[in-house]
Structure formats: structure tokens, C-alpha cells
Design a protein around this ligand. Structure first.
Ligand code: MSP
Length: 648
């Protein structure tokens, strides 16, 4: 027997969050549908997902919850697995970065790259976005001195770190992309990545010392491995690379597809391949980025907030409908707007009107006109050939899109056949054939419709895995008689002589206006209290001792001069006076203050902060300011306190 071809697909591994939303679910649903599709086509498909559990953010959230980090993540991961089960996600393996099978591989890889001289120790100074776990240089920050990816405030990071010599591999990477033009998909993303690398690839900071919830650097236990270096390795650690049993690695690596949203394409298409190049391992075949599912912004009331929770949606509308909507709605590589109304429209139009109606009209007529029996007649109609032709072409038309992970267009191809079958009912008018006693033609028409329904159901079942069983029941079939794989798609597979069994509507229509009115009534009492403005509270950082705090020297100082830093939108250069001493401080507050406004004010300075060079100017200390995201105010001290005084 010949071995089946393999197909290895991955999703990103998720940060443990008990609030995974419908956008997160998109990637797993898409990867699951791809896996099921490949299995239908005879592949040995392997689907990996998991969780990305290290890093400062998790350490802080665990501290906030009063739990050890491991215990904290264990609870959340259990919830994530439940969510995937609910959404019918049939993954082959679930990797957690806190498992020893993963940690060992990360450490060995780090050691290997260090031993060959591609990881070296140096000093990191720059900006860090904790929610994104990403380092940025000053000029990469967005307006307002915030993270260019998520728009949240960044922190100054200045510490001894290990660096990975990414720069050394830039040419090799560019050559690889030139030789493998389909590696990064869609093309727009590939061009972005090429431009990014051509602008000059900097070495990557790959270790941290300011927290310890991570994988220890094997030769320097003061350091933990940077979360992204740690996380990316999951794609091979889960396969047992370099372990006693590496059979899965041998079988499935290199991955056929790493699937993710566009925000993390840089990590997957540049950093990850370069790690693999340095390690001398084969590169994945494709990295595919889909767009974002954008949530309705504006104020979210508690009840509205629940609407984007996949658990609530699945309970309300059914898992298959949610999966179908997600995959149908998000055009390849593009963003899509989420709204519950769009979901309801999709259920009403695509599922209830088109597909559900095709089933109910067909079964109703078979029952009424033919006593419930499906069998082709000896005569046909002039409309048959067109229907057969489209049915014969649809699998290939669909596969063309599916194979490049354009699931929305693949579904659209199946729906062309659904549409054609509905039109075929109108064209052939079975009620008229019945009335005129044209029974042989009538039998053929009804057989053709039942057969199209069988084909459509097989084709759509990777997207809606539960729907087939319901349709088979109504058509008098089961998985074995209907067939499940592509081989079963040959025309005429519907067993002649089958007795159908009409059932309830596959997807009942939803009265959106009525539902909305009922929900609004219930939510009306959710009162003004919830509307009160409040700053989003960032998690409280882990406890420190009073000695730790005393290491920070805070001083009152007076701003004696202030000017904009040339060619930097966000920076002001301040001259501040503390007692007899004057010093220069560069601060990212130009967005909020005109230079003149600050002169004469008494502000608070972190006086013993290690000096840093910003735009070539040495900044000695940092001015304290409070920000709630949109607004920013520097902290001020009244004039009766003399400059140089200690703040405690
Ligand atoms: N832990 C990293 C990934 C490491 S992979 C080596 C991470 N995790 S995440 O939980 O923040 O997001 C994981 C993935 O969820 C995103 O890449 C994306 O695939 C998906 N999405 C999160 N929000 C999304 C939308 N609003 N829309 C579509 N996909 C979204 O990043």
C-alpha cells in the first residue's frame, strides 16, 4: 500500500486568555476546515495548535490572581481546550510551551546557535510593548510614543541581553524568498516583508533578565529566553525534533502551512525562517496571513460584550453556522467587520434561504410527488446538462481556492452549485411535471436535486462538520451510503431507491428585528453606572520590597529650558535643574505639550536612571507622567518645594 501524502498545518499558539474572542477563533476554525478538507482528499493531515505561556505579562497576571504562574495558566488552558472542543476543532496535538518536551528543544536550539557564535551577549536599550511582547527602536514607535502594532504605551527596556545575529542571514533570507516566491502569502504581505528586510535587519534581542517566568538560557540562568524565540519553536518541538522519538518530525516537517493573522507575519516569515537557517533545519513551505476580524467599536455594554464571545454565539446560533459565517465572511487576506447582524444575515440568506431551502423544497416534493422515493427516471429535461456540468466542475473549482487557503472563495464556488440547483427547481417546475403526469422526467429532476444536495454536503462538511449527519438523516442516507471523501463525488452516487425522511428546517430563519427588540428590553436596565468613564486598569506589577523601591531616586526638578528634538515628532529636550545641577532629559511628550508650556514647571525626575541616547542626545533621567491612553499629564510639584528635593 502506498503511503498517504502528508499535510502539516499550524495555528499560532495562543496567549492564555480566558477571553479568546471570535477573531481568535477564526484561525483555528480555518485550520480545522483545511485539515478536514485535506483528509477528505486522502492526505494524512496533521493539525497543531497550543498555548504560548511564558513572559512578563503572564507572570504579572498570575501575581494579580494570587496564583503561581503554572497553576494560573493550567486553569486558563483547560478553558481554551474546552472552547476548541465546543467549536469542533479536531486538532492532532496541543502543545504548551511550559511542557518539558518543548522547553528542552528550545534550550538545545539556543545552545546550538550560541555555540556556533550566532548568539552573543550585549546590552539592550530600547522600547518594549508588553502586550505584544515586542521590542521597538525609537523610530519604530507610533505617534504618541506608543506601540506601532497595538497603540498601547511602551516601556523603556535597558538590560543585559543575548542577541541573535539575524543581520548575518539577511541575504540568505532574501535569496530564499526570491527562489520561493509563494513562501509568504498573500503577495502584499510578501512585498512588505521584503521591504522590511531590505531596510536593514537588526540583530534580535533574545533574552530577558527583568523577570523569570520563561525558559532559562541554558548557559546563563539569570536570563530567560525571549518569548517569541521560545514560542516559534513549538512548531517543531511538538513533533519531537531531536528527541528519542522524532518520527513525527521526520514525517511531517517541513510544515505545509503556518496560518496566522497579519499582525504576526513578521515573526513567522522572517524571524522563524532565520532561526531555522541558523539551526540548519528545513524551512516551512508556506506562511499565510489572513486579515483581522474587526469588532464593532464604540462602548461595549456587558450584554453587547458577550455577543463577540464565541461560546455565547455558538449557544445562540449553533457551531456550524458560526464556523460557516467566519470562513465565508473573511475575504482572502482582507479584514472583515464583525457584527451580529451580518452573522444573522448570513444565516438567513446563505444557510436558510439557499442551502436549507434547497433541502426542504427537495424533500417536500419527493415526499409529495414521489411517495418519498429517490430514483432517476428514464427521461430527462433540457436543464439537466448544465446542472451536471457545474456539479462536475465544482470540486476542482473549489479546490483551486482551498489549496491556497482562500476558504471564502472556495465556499462561494460550492454556493454557485447551490444557487444553480435552486434555479433548476424554478426552471424544471416539478409541480408542473407532476400535474402533467410527466413522472419519468419528474423522477430525474428530483434525483438530480438529491444528488446535488449529497455533493454539496460532502463539499461543505469540512466547514460545517455537524451538518452532514442532519442532511443524511433527511435524505435517508448515512455517512457510509452518502460517502464522505472526494472519491464519493462521482455523479450518481446517491443510491437509487432510497426512501427520504423529511425533517425540520436545517437552519431556521431568524427574525433579527424581533430578536433585537427582545434583547434590548432585557438590557434596558443596564444602567448609567456602567457608562461612567474609567481608565482601563493595567494589571498591577509583581510586589517589590521597600528596599527595591528605595533604589529609585526620585527628585523634584525645575524645567529651565525646553525645545523640540529635530526630526522627531514625539520628543522634547528638556533642561532641568536639581539644586545646583542642570541636566538634559529627552521625553516622549511632544504630542501633549508645547515646549514653552513646560518651562518654569516643577516636575518629578527619575534621577538615577541609567543614561540613554535618544536621537543622538544623551538623556539623563526620566520625567514622570500619568496617561490614561488618550491624555497625558506630567506630574507637578508646587513651587514651595525646592528643586532637588527627594520624592518618596
Ligand atoms: N502567542 C502569539 C503567537 C505565537 S505563535 C508562535 C499570539 N497569540 S494571540 O493569542 O495574541 O493571537 C493568536 C492569533 O489569534 C493571531 O495571530 C491570529 O491568528 C488570531 N487573532 C487574534 N485576534 C484576531 C482577530 N481580531 N481577527 C483575526 N484573527 C485574530 O499572537
Amino acid at each position: 500500500m502506498t503511503e498517504k501524502p502528508t499535510f502539516y498545518i499550524t495555528t499560532p499558539i495562543y496567549y492564555p486568555s480566558d477571553k479568546l474572542h471570535i477573531g481568535h477563533a477564526y484561525t483555528t476554525v480555518a485550520a480545522d476546515a483545511m485539515t478536514r478538507y485535506k483528509r477528505q482528499r486522502g492526505y494524512d493531515a496533521y493539525f497543531l495548535t497550543g498555548t504560548d505561556e511564558h513572559g512578563l505579562k503572564i507572570q504579572q497576571r498570575a501575581a494579580e490572581a494570587g496564583q503561581p504562574p503554572q497553576e494560573f495558566v493550567d486553569g486558563i488552558v483547560a478553558g481554551i481546550k474546552q472552547l476548541w472542543q465546543l467549536l469542533n476543532i479536531d486538532y492532532s496535538d496541543f502543545i504548551r510551551t511550559t511542557e518539558s518536551r518543548h522547553e528542552q528543544v528550545v534550550q538545545r536550539l539556543f545552545q546550538k546557535i550560541y555555540d556556533q557564535g550566532d548568539i552573543y551577549k550585549s546590552e539592550y536599550s530600547g522600547w518594549y510593548c508588553m502586550p505584544c511582547e515586542t521590542f521597538f527602536t525609537e523610530h519604530q514607535l507610533a505617534e504618541g510614543h506608543v506601540c506601532p502594532d497595538c497603540g498601547r504605551p511602551v516601556q523603556l527596556a535597558q538590560e543585559e541581553s543575548y542577541f541573535f545575529k539575524m543581520s548575518k542571514y539577511a541575504d540568505q533570507w532574501l535569496k530564499f524568498i526570491e527562489d520561493n516566491p509563494d513562501f509568504i502569502q498573500p503577495d502584499t504581505r510578501r512585498n512588505e516583508m521584503i521591504n522590511f528586510v531590505k531596510q536593514g535587519l537588526e540583530d534580535l534581542c533574545v533574552s530577558r533578565t527583568t523577570f523569570d517566568w520563561g525558559i532559562k538560557v541554558p548557559f546563563d540562568s539569570k536570563h530567560v529566553v525571549y518569548v517569541w524565540f521560545d514560542a516559534l519553536v513549538n512548531y517543531i518541538s511538538a513533533l519531537g525534533v531531536d528527541s528519542d522519538d522524532d518520527s513525527k518530525y521526520q514525517k511531517y516537517w517541513p510544515a505545509d502551512v503556518h496560518l496566522m493573522a497579519k499582525d504576526i507575519i513578521r515573526f513567522h516569515s522572517i524571524i522563524w525562517p532565520i532561526i531555522l537557517m541558523a539551526a540548519g533545519l528545513p524551512l516551512p513551505k508556506k506562511v499565510v496571513a489572513h486579515g483581522w476580524l474587526l469588532m464593532q467599536d464604540g462602548k461595549m455594554s456587558k450584554s453587547k460584550g458577550n455577543v463577540v464571545d464565541p461560546v455565547v454565539l455558538a449557544e445562540k446560533y449553533g457551531v456550524d453556522a458560526i464556523r460557516f459565517f467566519l470562513l465565508r465572511e473573511m475575504a482572502y487576506g482582507m479584514d472583515a467587520n464583525y457584527s451580529e447582524e451580518a452573522l444573522v444575515n448570513c444565516i438567513n440568506i446563505d444557510l436558510a434561504n439557499d442551502y436549507g431551502n434547497l433541502l426542504s423544497r427537495t424533500t417536500a416534493m419527493i415526499e409529495k410527488f414521489l411517495g418519498g422515493e429517490v430514483a432517476p427516471g428514464s427521461e430527462g429535461t433540457e436543464f439537466d446538462a448544465v446542472l451536471w456540468e457545474l456539479a462536475a466542475q465544482t470540486p476542482a473549482n473549489m479546490a483551486k481556492y482551498m489549496d491556497k487557503l482562500d476558504i471564502a472563495n472556495a465556499i462561494a464556488e460550492i454556493w454557485k452549485l447551490v444557487g444553480k440547483a435552486n434555479k433548476y427547481i424554478d426552471d424544471t417546475a416539478p409541480w408542473a411535471l407532476n400535474k402533467n403526469g410527466e413522472t419519468e422526467k419528474l423522477k430525474t429532476v428530483m434525483y438530480n436535486l438529491a444528488e446535488v444536495l449529497r455533493q454539496v454536503t460532502i463539499l461543505i462538511s469540512p466547514v460545517m462538520p455537524n451538518v452532514a449527519a442532519k442532511v443524511w438523516q433527511q435524505l435517508g442516507l448515512d455517512a457510509a451510503t452518502a460517502g464522505q471523501d472526494w472519491e464519493a463525488l462521482a455523479w450518481g452516487g446517491f443510491p437509487a431507491g432510497t426512501k427520504i425522511q423529511r425533517g425540520e428546517a436545517l437552519f431556521p430563519r431568524i427574525d433579527w428585528e424581533k430578536q433585537l427588540a427582545e434583547e434590548n428590553e432585557g438590557a434596558a436596565e443596564e444602567s448609567a453606572a456602567a457608562e461612567e468613564p474609567m481608565a482601563e486598569i493595567a494589571p498591577i506589577k509583581p510586589e517589590i520590597s521597600i528596599e527595591d523601591f528605595e533604589r529609585i531616586d526620585l527628585r523634584v526638578c525645575q524645567v529651565v529650558a525646553c525645545e523640540k528634538v529635530k526630526k522627531a515628532d514625539k520628543l522634547l529636550q528638556l533642561t532641568v535643574k536639581l539644586g545646583n545641577e542642570e541636566r538634559t532629559v529627552v521625553s516622549g511628550i511632544a504630542q501633549y505639550y508645547q515646549p514653552d508650556e513646560l518651562v518654569g514647571r516643577q516636575v518629578v525626575l527619575v534621577a538615577n536612571l541609567k543614561p540613554a541616547k535618544l536621537r543622538g542626545i544623551e538623556s539623563r533621567g526620566m520625567i514622570l507622567a500619568a496617561s490614561d491612553g488618550d491624555k497625558l499629564q506630567v506630574l507637578q510639584v508646587p513651587a514651595e518645594i525646592l528643586p532637588g528635593s527627594i520624592v518618596r
